[in-house]
Design a binder for this molecule. Structure first.
Ligand SMILES: *Cc1c(COP(=O)(O)O)cnc(C)c1O
Length: 367
């Protein structure tokens, strides 16, 4: 099965064989040094110059989202969430669950976030803005400079889930003045799931240590991780050892390609190539700003969901379905992972055949 999914993605061969190579025990100095090196390199890719402020967590991305809410938001905080789909909603649910005061800017799935949406929330006593840079459920890529300016004007902590934008769209924590970034192993890094990465600004670290109203869970106490990661490259509990070796392999690959710009170019080339083909065969791509990670395709005549099933079962190609009311209308094709232009040629051909197949079945009354 070839994966054209958001994550986990089609892995590169050198990463996929890491599991069979064996590894050093995680309580050794050698292992700790590897962790420190990879965290340093990840911080560079994120545009965070402060070595000590990036940590690994043994969880999927959502674990890091929850840990962020738990560790960083106290009784004096009031959060504002950009809620443009499933992942924005997840931040709302986590804040709700942990009893943090919040409001959300709720967008319809195809509604572009603009300055107008922010206006009513200027100067209203918020302390933090939560955003998923790329709302993966629709593909919308938010205007990060606009949000950065809003945070600066209003003195907010700027908290960014960049899980599905990292290594697909340009992102620079320092330039944007971001205080905390969350990424995870199974998206742009093209590794197995199970490892999240959190990167902190100096200002966020100061809050963690100085705001004595903050609490946290025992397992996800950021301060424990910060301490071990800085000094020794150690996590308080058993880390996903093999995923970390996979991350190291991917970082080596990115270096050998020519670094961050080359990686972004590889993803962008696949994205633009595929979008041109999609339009050529008369399918529609929504017109809000979209991440290079993904191409959402809108279906009128046949059900997107049915097309996905045929693609999977008949042609061995898997693309992402959408949830809820969009399930029959939209499918999403990811440009991350070990896929090339020829794969996208084949995918477009098989999408056309699948549409014909679904139409045929509709005529026969099978669907
Ligand atoms: C994938 C993703 C997550 C994390 O999902 P997990 O299944 O917990 O790894 C969070 N936010 C966004 C925007 C994502 O695309």
């Amino acid at each position: 099965m070839k994966l054209f999914t958001c994550g986990p993605v089609q892995m590169y061969p050198s990463t996929a064989i890491i599991r069979s190579k064996g590894f050093i025990h995680f309580r050794t100095e050698e292992y700790g040094n590897m962790v420190k090196m990879t965290l340093r390199r990840l911080a560079d890719l994120l545009g965070n110059p402060e070595e000590y402020a990036t940590i690994y967590l043994a969880s999927s991305g959502t674990g890091a989202m929850e840990a962020t809410v738990e560790n960083c938001m106290g009784i004096h905080d009031k959060a504002l969430v950009i809620n443009g789909g499933g992942f924005g909603k997840r931040f709302c649910e986590l804040l709700e669950y942990h009893g943090v005061l919040y409001d959300s800017i709720n967008l319809k799935w195809n509604e572009e976030l603009t300055e107008e949406h922010l206006k009513p929330y200027e100067d209203k006593g918020y302390t933090a803005l939560f955003v998923n840079m790329h709302e993966t459920t629709s593909g919308q890529l938010y205007n990060m400079q606009m949000l950065s300016d809003f945070c600066k004007r209003n003195h907010l902590y700027f908290i960014v889930d960049a899980i599905s934008a990292f290594l697909a769209d340009r992102y620079d924590m320092d330039k944007l003045g971001v205080d905390l970034t969350i990424i995870s192993s199974q998206k742009g890094l093209c590794c197995s799931p199970g490892c999240a990465i959190v990167s902190f600004s100096k200002r966020m670290i100061d809050k963690l240590y100085n705001d004595n109203t903050l609490t946290s869970s025992k397992y996800f106490d950021f301060k424990d991780y910060l301490k071990g990661n800085i000094d020794r490259g150690q996590t308080p509990y058993t880390p996903p050892v093999l995923v970390m070796y996979e991350i190291q392999d991917m970082l080596d690959m990115i270096d050998s390609e020519g670094g961050l710009s080359s990686r972004l170019k590889i993803v962008k080339e696949k994205c633009e190539y595929f979008r041109t083909k999609v339009k050529e065969i008369g399918l529609t791509i929504p017109n809000y700003p979209i991440s290079n990670m993904i191409t959402p395709i809108w279906f009128e005549e046949v059900s997107a969901y049915d097309v996905i099933q045929v693609l999977k079962d008949k042609y061995g190609m898997y693309v992402n379905p959408c949830g809820g009311e969009l399930a029959t209308k939209l499918l999403r094709v990811s440009h991350l992972g070990n896929t090339n232009l020829a794969d996208f040629d084949e995918l477009i051909e098989k999408i056309q055949l699948s549409i014909e197949d679904v139409k045929e079945k509709q005529i026969q009354g099978v669907l």
